[in-house]
Every structure is written in structure tokens, then in C-alpha cells.
Design a protein around this ligand. Structure first.
Ligand code: G16
Length: 543
């Protein structure tokens, strides 16, 4: 087989965002786009010679073709072996697990996560490190740098590798091992949770609905929930991964998983509901007529993790992204363990997990995970919730009510303004940033500003500094808002406004989150002028 050296030139816009490179699929389909980016990854990690990688993704449109390009480029670069999920399928947490389990040199994950799939929708590619976690900023910066100087790449001239059959084959001098995407991951879950107890709970009539949204978690959830735990057939809905996710927007939140919300809030709704995203790292959990916000989910799981076999010894610490509510911090304080506040992006948890400083991590963006892998993990969160429910013998609503009574409640919501003109979004952020030093002491809509800053993070393990990670304004009575631009969108700019208000103990505000937050919503708009600048009446998505 011949190795071709292909002349190319830098392509603009190959800068990885919060989680890898995400673009419209048609952009990825343009000449050399994939090859340039893969070459840049291989350059940034110091080449592929003698290395072993993992490869898989959420099965979205264009993945089969990209998988073959990655294999041929790895072969041309002298890689020893690539372990591929059958049909190039792997959820993000399963990929992270395979990278670690096989002590490989990292892995390629083809996904644009919760973004819709299809030729007119989104595609994405990211590289995870040998620890199983997303490449840190030092590596993504090096990848970007390499995309700006590329002049040629090398690729093996070869036929497509058959990825539909489990087993080993060769591509030039490189081995390709096709593995079942589910088995190793399901086995890992069995070591962490009390499967006999969960089986007994389902056998006793516990009713659950898991909406896989036609994305990657279908096969995982079917194997674990229906086969290994004996939940009735039909517990998993939309369980077959489709290249366009059946036209769904696989983003597990009350807006996009509305079908699930409707079922859970119906009079005869099941005891527990959950949804997952395109690549299986996000989760939304819902009790009977009870929505659990991701920030509360992290806090409840931190307070109860010791009830599951994998966490019996307790947790070392908890980390959350800065815009996530401080609910988990209160649990950490009560447990006497450290709480860390990182920038948005799972990559920032990696060092804390590797150093053993934290066991659980979570984000407001429907992400929760632990030290079992180095990615957030949707099904893991669902199984931990099930384990907690089985041990406590209470409903989700009862658990939440007791949690708030003990720790107080952080009312929390995120308002997204999507597809804004980039200049307009930048101007909103820049204007507010310029005013930050003058804000303390100012009274806005009846609230007094206590602090105002632009969040910067110094990694406590390697000392690396990440600046401009979100503007935060706190008020004297303990509430706050945060504004930042999303790093995962593919169209214009998405402005995220995060709102939080802490209430100690029972407060008489009822369960109306937006009402509880309305003073902060008004103050944020008054200070940032979002409605005036955008001409929008309100956010596009509220979570
Ligand atoms: C990614 C990151 C998360 C982040 C989320 C939203 O999730 O891994 O850490 O919280 O994006 O980021 P942003 O606010 O910049 O859009 P996923 O599930 O999309 O990979």
C-alpha cells in the first residue's frame, strides 16, 4: 500500500472550542477539511508512531467516512493499532473508558455532542488524551497552531476497512481492532452500582422511561437497563442511533426532551425519567412530576454517592464549573471535603480527577461524572440516581425536598440567546466587562452589587491560567448572575445568562424558579442590556 503525500494549505476556522472542533457538516465535507484537522492533531501530540488509539463516535452523518480517513492517516503516520467501536460507534464516556482500559495513547471522538446531526446540521471531532479526558488547552492551542501552518499531510492509499465485524484486521502495518461498543462500558457500570438491588427494584414494579433521542445511548441503555437490570422492554425509547437522530435535537433539557417531560408530568407518569444527548455524556433526570436541575442533581449525587458500591468510601472532593450553582459546595462543606470551581469545559476537571482531589464533577449544562472515566457520563448519572432511589426507598421529589431542607436551595436557571450576530454578542460582553470595576456598591432593580469580575482560573495541579471565562456579578443578598459566550455553537454566537439565588431552608417561594429569580433577571438585563442590544423579547432556550 502506498502512502500519499498530499499538498494542502491552512483552512480558516479550525480552532477547537469548548469541546473539540464543531462546524456545519458541509464545512467538514469540504476538501482537505478533515485531513488538515487530523494532521494537526497528530502533529500536536508529537506524531503517531508506534501509538495505539481509540476511535468512535455518536454515529452522526459523515462519521463512517471520517473514520476511514482517520484510520488511513494514523496508518500513514506509523500508528501501531486503532481500537474502533463496531460501525465506528462509541459514546463519549465509553471511548474515555476504552482509552483508559487499554492504556492507549488517546482517542478520536466524532461527535458534535447535543448539536443536531445530518448533512445540513453539525459535525464535530475531538481528541482525548491518554488519561481518557478531553485535550487540555495547551494541546488544543497546539492543534490550532498546526492548522495555521500546514502545507501537506500523509494518508495511506487503501480500501475502506470493514468496521461492521468484531475482530482484528490490518491496514498497511497498522492493526485495526473492531470491538463491541457496549460490553466494556456496561461491565464497568456493574462494578460501580448495586445491580442486584436495581434488578429487584425493577422486578417490584419500578417504572422508568429513558429517552435516548435516537442517539448513541440507545444500545447502552437497552443493554444495561433492559437486559442486565430487567426493566421492561420499552423502558428505553428512541433507542436506535440514526445518522440524523431521527430529526431530533438530542439535547437533554426540558425544551428538547419535551416528550419525556410530558410523560413524566402526566397523571400516570413513571417513577423516574431520563434523557441523554448525541454522544451520551449529558443527562437530564426527572422524577414523577419533578424536574431536577443539573446543579441540584450534582449536589444530590454528591450527598448520596456513598450509597452506591463504587463510592462507599466517600468522595474526595467535588468540582463544578463556575456558572454551575453553588449547591454542590454546600454539600462539600457538610461532608468536610474540598469544592473546586473551574471554567466551563470538562477538560478542566481532568487534572483534579487525576490528582485524586475530586471524585465527582458536574456542570449546569446537564453534565455529571466521576473518576471512573475522564468525561461526563449520562448513563452513569442515571444509574447513580437509580442506586440512590433504591437505597433510600423515596421518590425523587422527597429526596429533593429533604435535600433543600438540609442544605438550603439554590434557585437556578440558564437563559440562552442563540444565533446572535457575533459582533452584537461580543459588544454586550465587552460593554459589561468595561463596567465591572465600577459596579460594586451600585443598586440595580433594588439589588446592591457586592462583587463584579471576569473569572480567571489557575489550575491547582499544573498552575496553568485560563482567563476571561465569564463575567460574574454577585449581589449582597447572595444571588448572582454570570454572562459568557458559548464555545460549542456553530451558528453566530450564543449568549448564556446564568442566574442563581440562594434561599436558606423552606422559603415559601414554591417551585416557581423563574419567579424566584425575577429580581436577578431584571437586574442582569438592566446591567447588560441584552434585550435592548439584541431586540429580542427574551431568551430562546430556558433551562
Ligand atoms: C461541552 C463541554 C461542557 C460544557 C458544554 C457547554 O459539552 O464538554 O463542559 O459545559 O459544552 O459549553 P458552552 O457553554 O461553551 O457551549 P458537550 O456535551 O457539548 O460536549
Amino acid at each position: 500500500m502506498t502512502i500519499l503525500t498530499v499538498t494542502t494549505q491552512p483552512i480558516e476556522g479550525q480552532k477547537p472550542g469548548t469541546s473539540g472542533l464543531r462546524k456545519k457538516t458541509r464545512v467538514f465535507m469540504t476538501t482537505h477539511f478533515v485531513e488538515n484537522f487530523v494532521h494537526a492533531i497528530l502533529t500536536a501530540i508529537g506524531g503517531a508512531a508506534e501509538k495505539t488509539f481509540v476511535l468512535g463516535g455518536d454515529g452522526r452523518y459523515f462519521s463512517p467516512q471520517v473514520a476511514q480517513v482517520i484510520l488511513r492517516m494514523c496508518a500513514a503516520a506509523g500508528a501501531a493499532k486503532v481500537i474502533v467501536g463496531r460501525d465506528a460507534l462509541l459514546s463519549t464516556p465509553a471511548a474515555s473508558h476504552l482509552i483508559r482500559l487499554n492504556k492507549t495513547d488517546g482517542g478520536f471522538i466524532m461527535s458534535a455532542s447535543h448539536n443536531p446531526g445530518g448533512i445540513e446540521e453539525d459535525f464535530g471531532l475531538k481528541f482525548n488524551m491518554p488519561n481518557g479526558g478531553p485535550a487540555p488547552e495547551s494541546v488544543t492551542d497546539a492543534i490550532f497552531e498546526a492548522t495555521t501552518t500546514i502545507s501537506e499531510y500523509r494518508i495511506l492509499e487503501a480500501h475502506d476497512v470493514d468496521l461492521s465485524t468484531i475482530g482484528e484486521s490490518s491496514l498497511g502495518d497498522m492493526k485495526v481492532e473492531v470491538v463491541d461498543p457496549v460490553t466494556d462500558y456496561a461491565n464497568l457500570m456493574e462494578t460501580l452500582f448495586d445491580f442486584p438491588k436495581l434488578r429487584a427494584m425493577f422486578a417490584a414494579g419500578f417504572r422508568m422511561r429513558f429517552d435516548a433521542m435516537c442517539a448513541i445511548t440507545g444500545p447502552y441503555a437497552t443493554e444495561i437497563l433492559e437486559r442486565r437490570l430487567g426493566a421492561p422492554t420499552g423502558t428505553v425509547v428512541n433507542g436506535t442511533p440514526l445518522p440524523d437522530f431521527g430529526g431530533m435535537h438530542p439535547d437533554p433539557n426540558p425544551t428538547w426532551a419535551k416528550d419525556l417531560m410530558d410523560v413524566m408530568f402526566a397523571p400516570d407518569g413513571p417513577d423516574f425519567g431520563a434523557a441523554s444527548d448525541g454522544d451520551g455524556d449529558r443527562n437530564m433526570v426527572v422524577g414523577k412530576a419533578t424536574y431536577v436541575s443539573p446543579s441540584d442533581s450534582l449536589a444530590v449525587l454528591a450527598a448520596n454517592a456513598h450509597l452506591a458500591p463504587g463510592y462507599r468510601g466517600g468522595i474526595a472532593g467535588v468540582a463544578r464549573s463556575m456558572p454551575t450553582s453553588a449547591a454542590a459546595d454546600r454539600v462539600a462543606e457538610a461532608l468536610g471535603v474540598e469544592a473546586y470551581e473551574t471554567p466551563t469545559g470538562w477538560k478542566f476537571f481532568g487534572n483534579l480527577l487525576d490528582a485524586g482531589k475530586v471524585t465527582l464533577c458536574g456542570e449546569e449544562s446537564f453534565g455529571t461524572g466521576s473518576n471512573h472515566v475522564r468525561e461526563k457520563d449520562g448513563l452513569w448519572a442515571v444509574l447513580l440516581w437509580l442506586n440512590v432511589l433504591a437505597e433510600r426507598g423515596q421518590t425523587v421529589a422527597e429526596i429533593l425536598t429533604e435535600h433543600w431542607a438540609r442544605f438550603g436551595r439554590n434557585y437556578y436557571s440558564r437563559h440562552d440567546y442563540e444565533a446572535l450576530p457575533i459582533d452584537q454578542a461580543n459588544a454586550i460582553v465587552e460593554n459589561l466587562r468595561a463596567r465591572l470595576p465600577d459596579l460594586p456598591g451600585t443598586v440595580v432593580e433594588g439589588l446592591t452589587v457586592a462583587t463584579a469580575d471576569d473569572f480567571a482560573y489557575t489550575d491547582p495541579v499544573d498552575g496553568s491560567v485560563s482567563e476571561h471565562q465569564g463575567l460574574r456579578v454577585t449581589f449582597t443578598e447572595g444571588s448572582r448572575f454570570v454572562i459568557r459566550l458559548s464555545g460549542t455553537g456553530t451558528e453566530g454566537a450564543t449568549l448564556r445568562l446564568y442566574l442563581e439565588r440562594y434561599v436558606h431552608g423552606p422559603d415559601g417561594l414554591g417551585d416557581v424558579v423563574q419567579q424566584a429569580l425575577s429580581p436577578i433577571i431584571k437586574a442582569a438585563d438592566s446591567l447588560a442590556g441584552i434585550k435592548a442590544a439584541t431586540g429580542r423579547q427574551g431568551p430562546d432556550v430556558v433551562t
